[in-house]
Write a protein that binds this ligand. Structure first.
Ligand code: DAT
Ligand code: MG
Length: 139
C-alpha cells in the first residue's frame, strides 16, 4: 500500500519571489495536512548531502549552490498516496514541461530553479523527513 507522507521544500527562488503563501494554500487545498514545518537555510554541506544521489550529474554544483543560496520552507505532508499525489501537484522537473496549474508551471523559474521539491518514493520520503526533522518537531 502506498505510504501517506511526503517531504517537500519550497526552494529559494519561490521564497525570494514571495510565493510561500500561495504555494502553501495550493498544498492545503489539495488535501495535504502539515505534520512538520520549518523556515530554515541549508548550508552548502547539508544541501550537498541531501542531493548526494545527484553527485555525478553535471548540474550538481549548481544545484548545491542554488539550494544553499537563501532560506527554504521544509515540511512533512500527510495524505493518502502522498508521494504520487504531491508529484502530480508540483508538476514536471522542467517547468516548460509541467502541466498547466501545477506549482512548477506557476512558480518555477527554470529546470534548475524550480520552486519546490517533492520526494520520489515512500522510502525517500522517510529518509528526507528524518534528514530535516527530529521526532519532537512532528505532530
Ligand atoms: P525532481 O526535483 O523533479 O525530483 P530530480 O530529482 O531529477 O528532479 O533533480 C533534482 C533537482 O536537480 C531538480 O529539482 C532541479 C535539479 N535539476 C534536475 N535536472 C536538471 C538539469 N537538467 N539542469 C539543471 N538542474 C537540474
Ligand atoms: Mg528528485
Amino acid at each position: 500500500m502506498a505510504g501517506n507522507i511526503t517531504f517537500t521544500m519550497i526552494k529559494p527562488d519561490a521564497v525570494k519571489g514571495g510565493h510561500i503563501g500561495s504555494i502553501l494554500k495550493m498544498i492545503c487545498d489539495a488535501g495535504f495536512s502539515i505534520k512538520a514545518m520549518k523556515f530554515t537555510k541549508l548550508s552548502a554541506e547539508k544541501a550537498g548531502e541531501f542531493y548526494a544521489i545527484h553527485k555525478e550529474r553535471p548540474f550538481y554544483a549548481e544545484l548545491v549552490a542554488f539550494m544553499s543560496s537563501g532560506p527554504i520552507v521544509a515540511a512533512i505532508l500527510a495524505k493518502e498516496n502522498a508521494v504520487t499525489d504531491f508529484r502530480t501537484l508540483i508538476g514536471a522537473t522542467n517547468p516548460a514541461q509541467a502541466a498547466p496549474g501545477t506549482i512548477r508551471a506557476l512558480y518555477a523559474t527554470n529546470v534548475g530553479e524550480n520552486a519546490i521539491h517533492g520526494s520520489d518514493s515512500d522510502e525517500n520520503a522517510k529518509i528526507e523527513s528524518d534528514f530535516h526533522f527530529a521526532g519532537t518537531e512532528r505532530f
